[in-house]
Design a protein around this ligand. Sequence first.
Ligand code: TXA
Ligand code: MG
Length: 319
Amino acid sequence: MSIISKDISKAITLLNNEELVAIPTETVYGLAGNIYSKKAINAIFKTKKRPLFNPLIVHIPNIDYLEAIVAEVPEKARRLANAFWPGPITLVLKKKPTIPDLITAGKTTVAVRIPNHPMTLELLSKLDFPLAAPSANPFNRISPTTAQHVEGYFKNEIKMVLDGGPCQKGIESTIIGFENGESIVYRLGSTSIEDLEAVVGKVEIKNKKEAAPEAPGMLERHYAPKTKTVLTSHLTETLEDYKGLRIGLLTYNDILNDDAIDFKIVLSESKNLEEAASKLYDALHQLDLQNLDIIIAEQLPDYGLGKSINDRLFRATKS
Ligand code: TXA
Ligand code: MG
């Protein structure tokens, strides 16, 4: 029997009983539980096979709720919250002592956001607690942007996916923190650097790629298909390199027709970066199901959401 359902009251009952429910957001589906329930939070880490040193994002229903979670809100954080919430930006702020260490992996800061999805906003407003929700994929696998993706991963582990349709943005929220008055981006995401800078001025990007990361989104291998993946800015030459193999192609708008290609996905024929972002993970999911020898992904323009998409494609090539 399918675990996919649109029944918000069923989700409320499960969450009140310290169970997990996968929830829709505008970015990706999240694997949600009560932030104050040890049982639920442990189940999140166990279900995802996520290392305990990776902290979780706290999802709240409105800006007023921030007071219950964080000790202080710097001026720049306030401006970003007002500009982008509900929406795909996560603020890393000094935590209140009441926020469990399990959520923050022992850090003195907590990551928090208001997701922009009507069903999840309704759900959050009807609960007496915020929801911790990492992306609803096993550690190091492609993030889910449909209820069906989540069901494919976890149908035996969780009781319900709240079905809110395909995610509009399609890549994770942008994570930003504040160190000595500077704004620091820890993870590129669905809010572009240009949009952030229009609100708070220059930001620093610390989207690190080494181990022991500030944010696990910084771990090199992440968001990865099982199929070997390469990223290129020279499609024709790269195709030549892999001649004779079963090739899957992921391009921005290229309508290149080549007999050497077994399966092809075009992210946006009209060269629209928003459209490309929204299709990215589903494209990787589909490509991964084709029994290909290699996925060749074309690099996108390195501005706006193109920067975030290239970051995810780069990580998909790591094995
Ligand atoms: O779009 C999203 O943000 C999705 C949806 C479901 O809301 N959630 C998501 O969660 O991507 P997750 O757990 O896959 O990624 C959370 C990121 C991790 O990279 C984590 O390290 C970072 O947030 N993070 C959490 N707390 C942090 C903190 N105190 N300081 C720095 N990074 C933090
Ligand atoms: Mg994730």
